[in-house]
Ligand binder design. Sequence first.
Ligand SMILES: *Cc1c(COP(=O)(O)O)cnc(C)c1O
Length: 401
Amino acid sequence: MSATETAIASAEAHSAHNYHPLPVVVASAEGAWMTDVEGRRYLDLLAGYSALNFGHGNRRLIDAAKAQLERVTLTSRAFHHDRFADFCTELAALCGMEMVLPMNTGAEAVETAVKTARKWGYRVKGVPDGMAKIIVASDNFHGRTTTIISFSTDPEARADYGPYTPGFEIVPYGDLTALREAMTENTVAVLIEPIQGEAGVLVPPAGYLPGVRELTRERNVLFIADEIQSGLGRTGRTFALEHEGVVPDMYVLGKALGGGVVPVSAVVSSADILGVFKPGEHGSTFGGNPLACAVALEVIAMLRTGEYQERAAELGDHLQRELGLLAGGGAVETVRGRGLWAGVDIAPALGTGREISERLMEERVLVKDTHGSTIRIAPPLVISKEDLDWGLDRLRTVLSA
Ligand SMILES: *Cc1c(COP(=O)(O)O)cnc(C)c1O
């Protein structure tokens, strides 16, 4: 057996099969490139679902992590540490907000947003105890906890995990009328992704997001933007909502915030809203730890210059233009996206998204399929134009075979 086959057989024997990875075993990576255990190089057009916006082994991020590893890595929140205040201050400033509540994974940050909205509903809005409702969108992806999958519309994500957490109302994504009709006096929040990533990079109709902002403001309802995947440069702006000039009440961030080095997530909001927590009412052992804060501080510093956003916007225009040329040519049905982020619906006659991903892997390009015949393209923002063009060439080769 090859080194690849041995590693895969062993992984299959000793790990739960909750994923179906492509048959490539990565041993090292740099920038937009990964090298497998047999020395083959692949162009990474997934970037860890945007966790690797700054590329693999980014020098600034690795140096920040190394320096912090030598000082202190964990204190728990039982004590203060000297990176915490800077992290919260800088992240709040990047978001144009006042307060930060740090967690680790995206799902934990979404859970935190749900708890914040409920507590705000009872303490501030005056919703009767136990009656708070949060409105979410169909085809959402907000994570994998029991509460979060309770309001998923994806049977795969949800089946056999009941009983489900109540208190959520699902309306069609992009439909303002349905949202308006679903709102009651007990609605405390609307939780949506400004662009739905897992659903296939679905960009809502123009005017939808400003409409959500207007409705939520009118009805004293919190607008929670899950920018875990869309945020921090991916779309060519710091936040996807910026494209529509919208500011939410709360950002939920994760993925790229940890620079692909450590899991770092956060809820970022105003003092009125995050001020609802008192000591002991919420927390996390690892949330806001020194190593996480040191890496995230470097991520924030990199984003504050705007150069990564600009790069994502420029290369993104190029990517969307090139992919657009493929649409309607028989092999590709539709292309959606913004910045360096695209969903490509392959004509079912050509094969499933999985099959296309496997053929791309043979051409040394790594992507991930979603929902049958869609492939997602989200290169690290540091990718060179030459490498991106090389990847697009490989895609054209696979689609024309
Ligand atoms: C990835 C993702 C999450 C969940 O993040 P985890 O770190 O995997 O828990 C939540 N929301 C969105 C939009 C995501 O893309």
